[in-house]
Design a protein around this ligand. Structure first.
Ligand code: ATP
Ligand code: RIB
Length: 306
């Protein structure tokens, strides 16, 4: 039987977003222009990005047994996402992200993990039968590292393609890399993983080669307004960013990763999937919020047709 489902294992947050004329310096107070609440969390954002492309998507993670948790699950279900494996945690509150956004769409984020921090290897082991039915398993690092590492290893053992978005940045044990099909760091994460400061195509190539040498099958580094750089054993590619009016880059990386997974799950080549996901992520930066900014398949196709 053909495996078409996408399983996303990761975090769910409620985002409390304050936008202002610029980001404050340390110790400085400035007046903001707006406050809004959005559904976010790297895992949930990536699940929404995949589902809005039409992928049959399953979300696994934890929320608190509180209003935020109930609202998040209802919102994912309304997107057509299977939430069977989003556990309600009685001991921890739902994850919350405090996000400051400056006028150019740049941001600073602090996250209270809450229930996301209680995702453990036992939760992941329970997902093995689901992994066996999925084409891709998409994982981030906003859950405890031991859980993320178990997910990487078990998903690979079940024959699923493992896409790791190593965000927020932290280093990984070398033993993880041979289980990874595609790793999608941004420039900062690539530097944390490899020690190479990534600021242009040459440095992206240097960092990507290190990750490939460690055993990942493919590396796609997102470079913000410089687009996307990819390296596999078959060669390299670069897609410059689309020129858009960036108002809020929150979830640009999540949009890229979720759409990439949906495209790969649908059988597209990595190169084509990255080109398409680059367009979806460009659209996301033109809109405010996390899940509220993620485009549908129709919107990406229309954008590419323009
Ligand atoms: P996030 O802000 O969600 O944490 P990130 O740091 O993980 O994002 P970036 O590399 O900044 O990831 O952006 C991801 C992708 O979004 C880029 O590769 C590109 O496709 C798109 N993107 C980001 N910024 C811009 C921009 N200013 N113009 C066009 N596309 C952009
Ligand atoms: O990647 C963006 C996400 O990071 C936000 O939605 C916020 O919840 C933080 O986890």
């Amino acid at each position: 039987m053909q495996r078409t489902k996408i399983l996303v294992i990761g975090s769910l947050n409620v985002d409390l977003v304050i936008q202002g004329p610029r980001l404050p310096e340390e110790g400085e107070t400035i007046m903001a222009t707006s406050f809004r609440r959005y559904f976010g969390g790297k895992g949930a954002n990536q699940a929404v990005a995949a589902a809005r492309q039409g992928a049959d998507t399953i979300m696994a993670g934890r929320v608190g047994a509180d209003n935020f948790g109930e609202e998040q699950v209802a919102s994912l279900a309304a997107e057509g996402i299977d939430t069977t494996y989003v556990l309600m945690d009685d001991e921890h509150s739902s994850g919350v992200a405090f996000i400051l956004v400056g006028a150019r769409g740049n941001n600073r984020i602090m996250v209270v993990a809450g229930a996301n921090g209680a995702v453990g290897p036992t939760d992941i082991e329970a997902l093995v039968p689901v992994m066996a039915a999925c084409s891709c398993v998409l994982i981030q690092l906003e859950i405890p590292l031991d859980a993320a590492l178990a997910a990487i290893r078990l998903a690979n053992a079940q024959g699923a393609k493992v896409i790791l978005d190593p965000a927020p940045a932290q280093s990984l044990p070398l033993s993880a890399y041979p289980h990874i099909t595609v790793i999608t760091p941004n420039a900062h994460e690539a530097q944390v993983l490899t020690g190479v400061p990534v600021h242009d195509l040459a440095s992206a190539k240097e960092a990507a080669q290190i990750l490939l040498d460690r055993g990942a099958l493919a590396v796609v580094i997102t470079l913000g307004s410089q687009g996307v750089y990819g390296l596999t054993l078959a060669g390299e590619f670069h897609y410059p960013a689309f020129e858009v009016n960036a108002v809020d880059t929150v979830a640009a990386g999540d949009t890229f990763a979720g759409v990439l997974a949906a495209q790969i799950g649908a059988g597209r080549s990595l190169k084509d999937a990255a080109e398409y996901a680059n367009a979806a992520a460009a659209l996301a930066v033109t809109r405010h919020g996390a899940q509220s900014s993620i485009p549908t398949r129709g919107e990406v196709l229309q954008f590419l047709g323009q």
